[in-house]
Write a protein that binds this ligand. Structure first.
Ligand SMILES: NC(=O)c1ccc[n+]([C@@H]2O[C@H](COP(=O)([O-])OP(=O)(O)OC[C@H]3O[C@@H](n4cnc5c(N)ncnc54)[C@H](OP(=O)(O)O)[C@@H]3O)[C@@H](O)[C@H]2O)c1
Length: 198
């Protein structure tokens, strides 16, 4: 399984640090030449590999860590996303009318034709997601929601491998709304920094 983080800002850095902490290789990409953020990636760890976007999208599983308005541009990087898993870590200010009345991640799924979409890793501020998820003998919770149970389970395993405790919330229109931050309407689980003790 290969991984990529699209967007290397605050959330991209936090995710990259989780991969580095666990020695898991991940490509990182932005609109810029990878040379321009190579030193930044190297400072996080040797498993963080800067790539051009066109190369990074070859990964099996990709985190979307760009501003919501940039996701249609990312979607153009491939003619179709069959066989890929997209993890939507984005939140949006867009009003409901601009999202065709859909949950924000269902709207994103339409842009990435053929992909299996999982909403997740979006409910915490970047500074908290950035921290080591091992807390007082427990693990920081990340919430996952998807209309594809298989994809949700796979991303759950990835979340565990990154040191987090995944909690599955069900479909995008059900549990997904609990972690949807859209405009000034915040799902009830947004910003809830929870720790799970097994
Ligand atoms: N910040 C938070 O606390 C937080 C918390 C939860 C969720 N989120 C969500 O996470 C997402 C990212 O937030 P952020 O704070 O990390 O934003 P950010 O710091 O502005 O980073 C955005 C990144 O996306 C890259 N980018 C922009 N357009 C791109 C494109 N077309 N293709 C590839 N890369 C592109 C930017 O790089 P270049 O412009 O240099 O190409 C930059 O590295 C947002 O949707 C936000 O709502 C943020």
């Amino acid at each position: 399984m290969s991984y990529a983080i699209i967007g290397f800002g605050k959330i991209g850095h936090a995710l990259a640090r989780a991969f580095a902490r666990n020695g898991i290789e991940v490509a990182v990409a932005t609109t810029r030449d990878p040379e321009s953020f190579a030193a930044d990636a190297a400072a996080i760890g040797p498993t963080i590999i800067p790539k051009p976007l066109a190369e990074a999208v070859k990964a099996d599983t990709l985190f979307l860590a760009v501003r919501f308005e940039s996701h249609p541009e990312v979607a153009k990087a491939l003619p179709d996303w069959e066989g890929k898993t997209i993890i939507d870590a984005m939140n949006t200010q867009a009003p409901l009318e601009e999202l065709d009345g859909l949950p924000s991640s269902a709207f994103v799924a339409k842009a990435f034709t053929g992909a299996r979409l999982v909403k997740g890793f979006n409910h915490l501020v970047a500074a908290v997601l950035d921290r080591d998820p091992a807390v007082h003998g427990g693990r920081r919770v990340v919430f996952l929601a998807s209309d594809n149970d298989g994809a949700a389970a796979e991303v759950g395993t990835l979340a565990e491998n990154l040191g987090f405790a995944p909690i599955q919330l069900g479909g995008l229109s059900e549990g997904g709304l609990l972690v949807q931050a859209r405009g000034k309407v915040w799902g009830r689980l947004i910003f809830k920094d929870l720790v799970k003790f097994d």
